[in-house]
Design a binder for this molecule. Structure first.
Ligand SMILES: NC(=O)c1ccc[n+]([C@@H]2O[C@H](COP(=O)([O-])OP(=O)(O)OC[C@H]3O[C@@H](n4cnc5c(N)ncnc54)[C@H](OP(=O)(O)O)[C@@H]3O)[C@@H](O)[C@H]2O)c1
Length: 247
């Protein structure tokens, strides 16, 4: 079975671990990765160096990839993983640059919205038949509660969650063989956690707790999270709720 994956944020952390896990587990696979830097080189991997804050360039994204010319064999399943994300500048509202609010919302929210829209448009039933489609949005517990210093991050992930929930409702009506999950990954030992630990107490009151998590070895390894996400993609029918908490 040929599976085609589109994964954002493949250059580090969870996206890097997940992409490597897929490439080492499956043979009949093609992964199209998106991030500003390329870290993976593999015969079944194609990288698109792309800044997801430049959202206008995402319009018609899948059409521009020339998939019909490049992929000769039949595709049975397509997977979109909106993983790329930024914490944005940590600090209290009134003290963060407005430009950073726009950038964070573009990367975490608007880019995934546009990609999901383009994905469902490109791989619609009329063109691709009843092809299986899976969408994974990498989200956070921060989308469900206010955290001081993380305003754009919390709000951006909350928006992402709700957009996904609407797709799930629409799928019940249109039946396009699409399964969607908002995957809350918990605390994971990646660059993003490093950025959190570097913030000052007056920018984020709970920074000490995050330093302790690292000190006490309480952050999950990206590989552990990658395997959990992969099991959802492999057997989406076993996971009923859109909200999946991984730890
Ligand atoms: N780590 C945690 O504890 C934690 C907790 C909850 C949720 N998450 C979520 O997990 C996801 C992955 O983050 P991570 O923890 O693995 O952090 P990470 O190591 O910092 O990875 C972030 C990825 O996003 C990409 N990215 C960032 N800005 C981008 C841009 N403008 N254009 C294109 N790609 C961009 C980065 O690639 P380039 O820099 O090469 O562009 C990188 O590949 C994020 O959505 C994050 O919100 C993480």
């Amino acid at each position: 079975m040929k599976t085609l994956y589109f994964i954002t944020g493949t250059s580090s952390g969870i996206g890097y671990a997940l992409t490597n896990h897929i490439l080492s587990t499956e043979n009949d696979v093609l992964v199209e990765g998106i991030s500003r830097t390329q870290a993976i080189h593999h015969q079944n991997y194609k990288h698109h160096t792309f800044d997801l804050s430049e959202i206008d360039n995402l319009i018609g994204f899948f059409g521009k990839l020339d998939l019909e010319k490049r992929i000769k064999t039949k595709i049975d399943k397509v997977v979109l993983i909106n993983n790329a994300g930024t914490l944005g500048e940590v600090g209290y509202v009134g003290k963060i640059p407005s430009q950073d609010i726009i950038k964070t919302m573009n990367i975490n929210t608007i880019a995934p919205f546009v990609l999901m829209n383009e994905f469902l448009h490109t791989f619609d039933t009329a063109t691709f038949g009843n092809i299986e489609k899976v969408i994974i949005n990498v989200t956070s517990g921060a989308s469900q509660r206010p955290i001081d210093g993380w305003s754009s991050y919390c709000a951006s992930k909350a928006g992402l969650n709700l957009f996904g929930e609407v797709i799930k409702e629409e799928e019940k009506i249109v039946n396009q063989n699409t399964q969607i999950f908002n995957v809350s990954v918990g605390v994971v030992d990646t660059n993003m956690q490093g950025q959190i630990r570097k913030t000052k107490q007056d920018e984020f009151s709970n920074v000490k707790h995050f330093k302790e998590l690292k000190k006490n070895n309480q952050l999950a390894k990206p590989q552990f999270i990658a395997e959990k996400i992969y099991s959802i993609i492999q057997n989406p029918q076993n996971f009923e709720d859109i909200w999946q908490k991984l730890q």
